[in-house]
Write a protein that binds this ligand. Structure first.
Ligand SMILES: Nc1nc2c(ncn2[C@@H]2O[C@H](COP(=O)(O)OP(=O)(O)OP(=O)(O)O)[C@@H](O)[C@H]2O)c(=O)[nH]1
Ligand SMILES: [Mg+2]
Length: 393
């Protein structure tokens, strides 16, 4: 797939919808179709996008009240609106999903959404945030377990960004709400600049296959740096200003991330007068600090609306060769999640990690679940235990 034209950005859950609000304030947003999906009608009401592009999922069962931090309820609620989701998303060339892992709707919903796009063979990029440390271990555990057991096995490209990386730009006494707002702004810029890479009109295209190929090695740490410069910056300093701003951008995690990277995807976006000399000069600056063995993918696109502005995005990818999942996100030791003892809270299943489609509850779909140890007893046993049935076609 080269240069897809129809690109959707879908915000899931409260964090996703708020990020969508930030995205909608950016000029480049007009290039994309924005959708909001949540189980909470208040969150959707606050989302500043076209009403026809909002989907209240699982309304028969959750009654627009959200999922109260219950990921299993989120999964079921989003699955119960699967047909509407398929109708909404089918026909796009590429879809970005964004939301925060750690509570109900997005955490339960993202794996369902990944099975929807998989079924329709739509390339998709999931950009999810991992909870702030100050939110507590419970949310960290929920987020990590979803990422590891459900999203990584199902989705082709997942960029998981630890919110804690933002602390470099936040004051020490910051409130959680302020921290969330800062995160929303950063994620909005991330999503838009990534989406612009795939928009076409490219001088030097990096396509989805390049990115997917790189991230197919599921266990990878990703960080994203974004720098912007505009006509306000002096002409002769613009390249260095752009580079410096990218290096200081909070979700990059500093020069260390670039120096340690196994792969770098650098993309430059500018107005119509962007030329090859500009690009080479800037990519050279990135190359100078990356290790020799580092795989480099470069992309350059123009957008006439950008005028004299330029946007430099750098995604660093570090493959994780160990089997220690907690290290994958680079989360500090003190927030490591204690490993669950076998049989402690969930029945053991040999096939727990199998990437299967949404579990239907059949005629129980619209009733409250019968939960035992967080497992829904109304879901047929073969589905709960994720045993594959050969259905003959
Ligand atoms: N960036 C950002 N993150 C948020 C915000 N609100 C919550 N989060 C993060 O996202 C995770 C999920 O929270 P929500 O988005 O509120 O949850 P939800 O998907 O709506 O799930 P339910 O409310 O349980 O249905 C949390 O653990 C936080 O880490 C926000 O406004 N911005
Ligand atoms: Mg919510």
């Amino acid at each position: 797939m080269n240069n897809p034209k129809k690109i959707a950005i879908v915000g899931v859950g409260q964090a996703g919808c708020r990020t969508l609000n930030e995205i909608s304030t950016l000029r480049q947003a007009q290039n994309f179709t924005l959708f909001a999906v949540d189980t909470d009608e208040h969150t959707l009401a606050e989302c500043q996008i076209d009403a026809q592009h909002k989907l209240l999922a699982g309304s028969n069962w959750r009654h627009g009240q959200g999922c109260g931090g219950d990921a299993m309820a989120g999964s079921r609620a989003i699955a119960s609106s699967r047909t509407q989701l398929e109708n909404l998303l089918n026909g796009f060339d590429l879809i970005f999903f964004t939301g925060g892992l750690g509570r109900g709707s997005a955490t339960g919903g993202m794996p369902i959404l990944s099975s929807v796009v998989k079924k329709h063979k739509i390339p998709a990029i999931f950009i999810v945030t991992m909870p702030f440390k100050m939110e507590g271990l419970g949310k960290q555990r929920t987020a990590e377990s979803t990422l590891k057991n459900e999203l990584f096995p199902l989705a082709e490209v997942v960029l998981a960004l630890p919110n804690d990386l933002l602390f470099s730009i936040l004051p020490g006494d910051v409130s959680l709400e302020e921290a969330f707002r800062a995160s929303n702004r950063q994620i909005a810029k991330c999503v838009i600049s990534l989406a612009m890479i795939f928009m076409g009109g490219n001088l030097l295209p990096a396509n989805y296959a390049d990115l997917a190929g790189l991230l197919q090695q599921k266990k990878s740490t990703v960080s994203i740096g974004i720098g912007l410069c505009s006509a306000k910056d002096a002409q002769e300093e613009r390249h260095s200003v752009l580079f410096e701003r990218m290096m200081q951008s909070p979700l990059l995690g500093g020069v260390r991330k670039i120096k340690e990277a196994d792969a770098i995807i650098a993309s430059l976006l500018g107005g119509n007068d962007l030329n090859a000399a500009n690009c080479l000069h800037i990519f050279e600056k990135v190359k100078e600090i990356t290790p020799d063995k580092c795989i480099q993918i470069h992309s350059v696109s123009t957008d006439e609306n950008l005028g004299d502005s330029m946007i430099l995005s750098v995604i660093t990818v570090k493959f994780d060769e160990s089997n220690d999942f907690e290290n994958v996100l680079g989360i500090p030791d003190e927030v490591k999640v204690p490993k669950r003892q076998k049989n402690q809270t969930q029945p053991e299943s040999e096939q727990l990690g199998l990437p299967l489609d949404a579990k239907s509850r059949g005629i129980m779909e619209h009733t409250a679940p019968t939960l035992i140890n967080q497992v829904d007893m109304d879901v047929p046993t073969f589905q709960r235990r994720q045993i594959k049935i050969d259905n003959g076609y």
